[in-house]
Ligand binder design. Structure first.
Ligand code: NAP
Length: 260
């Protein structure tokens, strides 16, 4: 699904890519950035679900396209960025949000569990960033936002995911060092418990009712509730603002309390 994208191509509108934006946190970030006035590319493996996010943005009066790609695949990641640039214009905002979980205790974790999680989060963020940064350095302006997690601090049953999310923090800080002189900032958001299909899948694996679990988890969260995707989208929106240009290489924990 495409739109004309004339305003974006003429340079009047910033162009953002949000990966894994078919649902959950990514969909909320895509909608928020569109509300902020950006042309948004919804990149996801699930093409139909990605089109639903893009259509919702179009129906709300924004500009969006859906692009099907596995971010962990080098050819697909490069092709996705090329397509966004040709349809919307040079990309200057990239949100590396695509993610999966494959939880298990270390003695039961398979090599595939390890590789698949590291591939989507870290290799995917690397491939998408490598392809998109060229347009940001050329424009002398850019914003890269990477999704980390409170699990980066350690979380039982998530040795693969914790390593990937800690890796996202080092990746972010190094991008900030390398790209700052081009007017490009890089920051990470580390969410705590957010109400999405990812946490719902964890509840199913643990054999607990999702609603009951959210109530129980809320008791340990200082603000007394679980997070919503919009809580993360608000922080992503801030990092993209002009006046956030002096904020780079940071990790902000969005967890209803201090988690770092
Ligand atoms: P989600 O509901 O599972 O959504 C993730 C999206 O990413 C899905 O649409 C998924 O598509 C897509 N995706 C997976 N692999 C992909 C790939 N290789 N290429 C492109 N897209 C891919 O997850 P979420 O809860 O919104 O989480 C979003 C991000 O926040 C993730 O990085 C996650 O680790 C992080 N995070 C979440 C929480 C939380 O509590 N929910 C907390 C901390 C951090 P398919 O379903 O079709 O695979």
């Amino acid at each position: 699904m495409t739109t004309t994208g004339a305003a974006a191509r003429s340079g009047r509108q910033r162009v953002a890519i949000v990966t894994g934006a078919a649902r959950g946190i990514g969909a909320a970030i895509a909608s928020r950035l569109a509300d902020d006035g950006m042309a948004v590319a919804v990149v996801d493996v699930d093409e139909q679900a990605g089109a639903r996010t893009a259509n919702a943005i179009l129906e709300a009066g924004g500009l969006a396209i859906a692009v099907a790609a596995d971010v962990a695949d080098e050819t697909a990641a490069d092709a996705a960025v090329d397509r966004v640039v040709s349809e919307l214009g040079p990309v200057t905002v990239l949100v590396n949000n695509a993610g999966i979980i494959a939880d298990n205790l270390i003695f039961k974790m398979t090599v595939d569990d390890w590789d698949s999680v590291l591939d989507v989060h870290l290799r995917g963020a690397f491939l998408m960033t490598r392809a998109a940064q060229a347009y940001m350095t050329q424009a002398k302006w850019g914003r890269i936002i990477n999704l980390s997690s409170t699990s980066a601090l350690g979380n039982r049953g998530q040795v693969n995911y914790a390593a990937a999310k800690a890796g996202m923090q080092g990746f972010t800080k190094t991008l900030a060092l390398e790209l700052g002189k081009f007017g490009v900032t890089a920051n990470a958001i580390a969410p705590g418990f957010i109400d999405t299909e990812m946490t719902q899948a964890t509840a199913e694996r643990l054999g607990v009712d999702f609603d009951d679990w959210k109530v129980a988890v809320s008791r340990d969260i200082p603000v007394g509730r679980v997070g919503q995707p919009e809580d993360i989208a608000a922080v992503a929106s801030f990092f993209c603002r002009e006046e956030a240009g002096y904020v780079s290489g940071q990790v902000i924990y969005v967890a209803g309390g201090p988690r770092s």
